[in-house]
Structures are given as C-alpha cells and as structure tokens.
Ligand binder design. Structure first.
Ligand code: SIN
Length: 334
C-alpha cells in the first residue's frame, strides 16, 4: 500500500515568548522573539508524524511591538495560503500579549474558511516545563483537523481552544492566562484531537464586509483608547480628538466615565470623531442608552467586545461608514 501523504500545514512565526530565551532555565527575565521558526519546530519532532510543515518567519518580535505593518503582511500571507489548494491549514506563532488582537483582526479581514490557528506560550522556550512545544503540537493538530474548519481563526493555549472574538489574556503570568469570559471556550484539545463544545455564532468568514483591500484604499483609520478612572479629566480626550478618527472608551463598569470625560467625548463626536464605549472590567456587556444616552450623544456601545477588540472593529468599520447609527449596527453584528 502506498503511504498516504501528510497534510501540509504552513507555520508563520512572528516571535513572542514561545520563541523567547532566558539566561538560565529558572529566571523570570527573558527576551521574546529570540529563536527562529526552525528552532521552534525542531523542539517538536512529533510534528513529523502528523503534518508536512512549511515554515516562514514573518517577524520575530515581542508582541507588545506588534504593528499594523505586520498585520498587513500576515493578512496577505494568510490570504495567499488560503487560496493554495496544497495547504491544509495555517498556524501562526505569536506573543501572548496582543495575540487576541491579531486573531480578531484576522477574523474580520480573512474571508476564507481554511483553518487558521494562533498559538503562543507563557513560558520561554528555555524554561523548565516550557509549554510551547505542546502548544505548537496542538496547534498543528488543530489546524489539520476537519472539525476546526469554518470557525474563523482559533487560538489554542494550554489545551484550551478559543474563538478569536472571545479570547482574552486575563493574567500577566502563569499557564492559565487565557479565558473566553463572555461566551466560553470553543473546546479543548485532548490527545491531539479537538473536542468542540459549540459552533460560534460570531464567525464571519465570507460574510465579513471588511477587508485588507478596503483598509489600504481608505488608509488605516486611527483609533485610540482612553482608559477611564476616578477623577478623569477631558484634556487627554480633547488632545486625542484632534488627531484620531475614532476613540474607544475603556470605561468604568458599563462603559462609563466622569461627567467631564463624557462631555469631552461628546465634543469629539460633535466634531466627527467616532466614539465607542467599552468596559475596562474584563467581561460583561455594555448596554446602549442605559447609563449613558448614546442616541443623544452620538456614541456607540461596544456590547461585549473588550476595548482592544473594539478598537480593531471600529478601525475596520470606519472604512465602511462614519455614521454612528450604522457603526452601532456593525457593533451589534460583529
Ligand atoms: C509577547 O507577547 O511577545 C511577550 C509575552 C508572551 O509572549 O507571553
């Protein structure tokens, strides 16, 4: 019997702790994005049994330095690889700090249903008990599995599978640093096999009205985030409003802020800056027209998107419309 060919999985590396190195195996300090994609793959010889890997180094940065330029390159590579019939799935290795943002960005601009899996690690590659190799194995196993298809970009960390829209980094250290606090995990990996709990109602794929082409055509709108706290003044908001196309409020509680700050945001909205209210609490729902009169002020409620994801959706939404009512409809759908 001829041997069956293994599925081809493209691995796009961008850096992060998964590729990080320490001075010694027990110290807390390390440098993210030290090892190359080939080093990462070399640490997981078991991959040779489940996939033919095609590796590319797209970047090698700590993901605190993730940029729109790297997102552009990633989105282009993912688009090309999704159209290559010889490629069964795509894995992106990524730092954990902004992994959720890259995953959500790709979920909005990639219109194909081929599986894309993002993966990182909380422990550097040189640490005692580094979990990167197991995470990478699971990512490749997930990317090649038929059950993963059509769910938008997925993230696998610590044997949990998350949807791009739902995942959040919730702790600065430790293995249990990721959660999908509002709608729950997508599933779990067990023995290299995915077990999905549910089909996500918020997978966009072909239905997404956004694209990299649209971003390039209009220019990438500038959207900034203002973090609310006791005694917040409006001068920072006034300053941002002079430069930004959109402002996301990482508000207290239900996306709220001091009267002074709300008044500053109202001025910004009157001047044509899109204003979206999100919450700094880490989970829950920002309701429209409850504590803040969005309709009267021209604001948009982010619903259950956290501020960093609301920033991405607003940036893309501004390539389509600047009308607050139409922006609200987009936030209601995505
Ligand atoms: C980073 O995001 O690149 C550093 C932190 C990590 O990957 O865990």
């Amino acid at each position: 019997m001829p041997e069956r060919a293994l599925p081809v999985i493209a691995v796009l590396a961008t850096g992060g702790t998964i590729a990080g190195a320490q001075a010694d195996a027990t110290s807390a300090g390390y440098k993210a994005g030290t090892f190359s994609v080939n080093d990462l793959l070399g640490a997981v010889p078991q991959l040779a049994g489940i996939a033919e890997i095609r590796a590319e180094q797209v970047a090698n940065v700590g993901s605190q330095n993730m940029t729109h330029d790297v997102w552009r390159t990633l989105a282009q590579r993912v688009d090309t690889l999704c159209q290559d019939p010889s490629v069964a799935g795509i894995v992106i290795t990524h730092g954990t700090d902004t992994l959720e943002e890259t995953a959500y960005f790709l979920s909005l601009v990639n219109r194909h249903d081929k599986t894309v899996v993002l993966v990182g690690a909380m422990r550097p590659a040189t640490a005692l008990g580094a979990e990167g190799p197991a995470n990478l194995y699971n990512a490749v196993a997930l990317a090649r599995h038929p059950d993963a298809r059509g769910r938008g970009p997925l993230v696998v960390m610590n044997e949990d599978i998350h949807y791009a829209r739902e995942i959040q980094k919730i702790a600065s250290a430790g293995l249990c640093a990721f959660s999908s606090p509002n709608r729950g995990r997508a599933g779990v990996m067990h023995g290299g096999v995915p077990n999905f709990y549910s089909r996500n109602a918020t997978t966009f794929g072909e239905q997404s009205e956004f694209s990299l082409a649209l971003l390039e055509k209009t220019g990438w709108p500038r959207v900034d985030i203002v973090y609310a706290y006791a005694n917040l003044q409006a001068d920072l908001i006034d300053f941002l409003a002079s430069a930004a196309d959109g402002i996301v409020l990482a508000g207290v509680g239900d996306g709220n802020a001091t009267d002074l700050a709300i008044e500053g945001l109202r001025r910004a909205a009157d001047d044509g800056v899109a204003v979206v209210r999100s919450s700094r609490t880490g989970s829950g729902f920002v309701a429209r027209d409850v504590e803040v009169d969005d309709a009267a002020l021209g604001f948009v409620a982010a619903r259950d998107l956290n501020p960093q994801k609301a920033r991405i959706l607003l940036m893309l939404a501004l390539t389509v419309t600047r009308d607050p009512a139409a922006l609200q409809q987009i936030f209601d759908r995505y």
